[in-house]
Design a protein. Structure first.
Length: 257
């Protein structure tokens, strides 16, 4: 990998987008590398939680590489958008929780990557924007779909149609991020959250994510059916037996033997 660094430690994979000289901007190569690394982590039994961040202290990802987009044809733009959407879908559909540690600018495609993650922690200097309309284009990696679902239609239109940039405090107020921490504490906070998840049953965590994602746009009755079946299926696993037995025996469960 030329632009992505990965560190796996104690079942936590930290993925670093490593193009700090251009504020971690995404071109086709970086998109492909991030997708591949995500897929590898999802298949790796030594990974239980994934943290995505950017190198340096200025940017998470400052969007797509505009120079590489400047002379794209419509067909090339279609392909680039599809590749970006495929990459963000791999993130969103991960059976393992994905945490975005947002260390500065999350603009355009960077904001869209953060939106695809399950949770978002922002440094105090983080900034968020979908500024594509100022370039005569629109978000192409899921921003028009995920942002309204997360913060509401009206606020999303203000950010997308108005190209409005918001700071970390505003992002927290409208529900775009889960927590704000000082820059120096960002990765520690993300890892702390990851560790709180790692101690739990991996199959149960994956099932919970599946229920939340699959049921989110369903009516309540259909969502409850998804939950019902996932709940029952876990009772056929060694993990459920270990968890309930450990509780009865008043000991900590050993889920990752």
């Amino acid at each position: 990998m030329n632009f992505i660094k990965v560190d796996i430690n104690n079942y936590i994979a930290t993925i670093i987008i490593n193009r700090s000289e251009v504020l971690n901007a995404m071109n086709k190569v970086v998109v492909a590398e991030l997708k591949k690394v995500m897929e590898d982590c999802e298949e790796n039994n030594d990974v239980g939680v994934i943290v995505i961040t950017g190198s340096g202290d200025k940017a998470f990802v400052a969007g797509a590489d505009i120079k590489s987009m400047q002379k794209m044809s419509g067909r090339e733009a279609l392909e680039f958008s599809r590749e970006g959407q495929d990459m963000t879908m791999v993130i969103e559909n991960s059976p393992k929780p994905v945490i975005a540690a947002i260390n500065g600018f999350a603009l355009g495609g960077g904001c869209e990557i953060a939106l695809a993650c399950d949770m978002r922690i922002a440094s105090e200097n983080a900034k968020f924007s979908q500024p594509e309309v100022a370039l005569g284009i629109i978000p192409g990696w899921g921003g028009t779909q995920r942002l309204p679902r997360l913060i509401g239609k009206g606020r999303a239109i203000e950010m997308i149609a108005g190209g409005k940039m918001i700071d970390a405090e505003e992002a927290l107020r409208i529900g775009l991020v889960n927590h704000i921490v000082p820059q120096s504490e960002l990765l520690d906070e993300a890892l702390s959250l990851a560790k709180s998840i790692i101690k739990n049953g991996p199959a149960a965590v994956g099932a919970a994510l599946k229920c939340i994602h699959k049921g989110y746009d369903k009516d309540l009755e259909n969502g409850l059916d998804i939950e019902l079946n996932a709940f029952a299926e876990l009772f056929e696993t060694d993990e459920q037996r270990e968890g309930t037995t450990a509780f009865v025996e008043k000991r900590k469960p050993n889920f990752r033997k």
